[in-house]
Design a protein. Structure first.
Length: 412
């Protein structure tokens, strides 16, 4: 239609991704650097070897008057060496020339042997220098990979705050290091967000659970309350207590997943003794004997978390025990610069294939997730997390006849 303005055309879409930074065509990549390095080393080695061979050949072929196999004395020929025999009388010129040629050939053979011997020594020395120089240069080129590996090991120890921050030319190794740093940033943000969510959720759940517990306790303290309401209140109070244990366990598990930053000297024997004192009443009620010797051994760590490790292990050993004549043995020792806490007990037979499942959250041995008075299924998960945060580990082995042997190893 005449007079209708033409709508503006959309600008063309870019053919490249603007998020990807442009790189120069000839940037100093690792391939180019290695090509120049090893090509230059080969060229230098060739020049040195050629120079050495030239000097040795020149020295071997330089003949002085004393090196000649013969010398002329007033028209007579006198040999200089015993291996050069020149006939003087009664010979034809051809015989004399043949003898002289033999002397010269022998002289050349000696020069070649000497040249070969010196060349082998020169090659041996040059090879040693080349290997040493190549080893040093390879270490210099691969040093960024070592830095990346060390950072990865530190991150594997739950220290997500580590970064490589590699400086230098914009090559493949720097690109790899920058990518690794970006990945660590995303992991740290996700891990921090997860910890914050668990901590906030656990904190927010504490208030209503505390209010419920208070209301139930007030209701149970009323002597005029009906018997049915009392029984219902006790059941609700037990459920509320179980929920509080679950919240506390989740909060502790979230705190123990990270590396311990503030460390103080902690006596593992004292920690184990406190745990035994807290569980002794429950053990006596169940008829379980607690025994063992705790030798003093000091580690650097968090005393509250380590006490929770010992408490969880001893509580599990008491609760998962035999009905009669049961026992729990707790020992602390120092072995090869490490503190070792061992908790063993009698109990039901544990198949070896179920050992790893015991350390998973909310997993129990042949138990339902609900309806148990033995905890919420976070005890061993917390123990493993705290041990890892301290740079240690926990292992479990079935005992002959039933029960388990829990072994916690911590660096001193």
């Amino acid at each position: 239609m005449a007079g209708t303005p033409t709508p503006p055309q959309a600008p063309p879409k870019p053919t490249w991704d603007p998020r990807i930074p442009a790189r120069p065509l000839l940037r100093p990549t690792i391939r180019i650097r290695l090509t120049l390095l090893y090509g230059g080393m080969f060229l230098i080695a060739g020049v040195l070897l050629l120079s050495i061979i030239y000097l040795l050949t020149r020295q071997a072929l330089s003949i002085s008057t004393d090196d000649l196999p013969f010398k002329l004395l007033k028209g007579e020929v006198e040999p200089n060496f015993s291996w050069c025999r020149l006939p003087v009388e009664g010979v034809t010129p051809d015989q004399f020339n043949d003898a002289m040629a033999a002397c010269l050939q022998h002289q050349r053979d000696l020069a070649q042997d000497e040249l070969l011997r010196r060349s082998l020594f020169a090659l041996l020395g040059l090879s040693i220098i080349a290997f040493a120089f190549g080893y040093a240069m390879a270490g210099r080129v691969l040093s960024p990979l070592g830095r990346i590996t060390r950072t990865a090991r530190q991150v594997a120890g739950s220290d997500l705050s580590r970064r490589i921050k590699m400086a230098g030319p914009d090559d493949e190794l720097k690109e790899l290091a920058d990518t690794f740093d970006d990945m660590l940033d995303r992991l740290e943000r996700a891990f921090t967000a997860q910890q914050r969510f668990v901590a906030n959720a656990s904190h927010e759940l504490r208030t209503p659970l505390a209010i419920n517990r208070t209301l139930l306790e007030v209701h149970l303290s009323d002597p005029a309350a009906p018997v049915e309401m009392r029984e219902l209140g006790k059941a609700l109070l037990a459920t509320n207590e179980r929920s509080e244990q679950l919240v506390e366990g989740l909060l502790l598990l979230a705190r123990s997943e990270n590396q311990i930053v503030e460390r103080k000297p902690v006596d593992v024997a004292e920690v184990a003794s406190r745990a035994i004192d807290q569980v002794r009443g429950e053990a006596e009620a169940k008829g379980v004997e607690i025994r063992g010797e705790c030798a003093p051994v000091v580690v650097q760590g968090n005393g509250v978390l380590l006490e929770r490790v010992a408490l969880n292990l001893v509580q599990n050993a008491v609760r998962y025990n035999v009905p009669e004549d049961g026992w729990v043995e707790v020992t602390t020792t120092a072995e090869q610069g490490r503190a070792v806490l061992v908790v063993s007990n009698t109990g039901p037979v544990v198949p070896a294939y179920e050992i790893d499942n015991l350390f998973e959250p909310f997993r129990r041995l042949r138990e339902e997730r609900t309806g148990s008075d033995r905890g919420v299924g976070l005890g061993l998960s917390i123990v493993r997390s705290v041990a890892r945060a301290h740079g240690g580990r926990i292992t479990a082995e079935p005992r002959e006849g039933g029960g388990l042997v829990m072994r916690v190893t911590l660096p001193q």
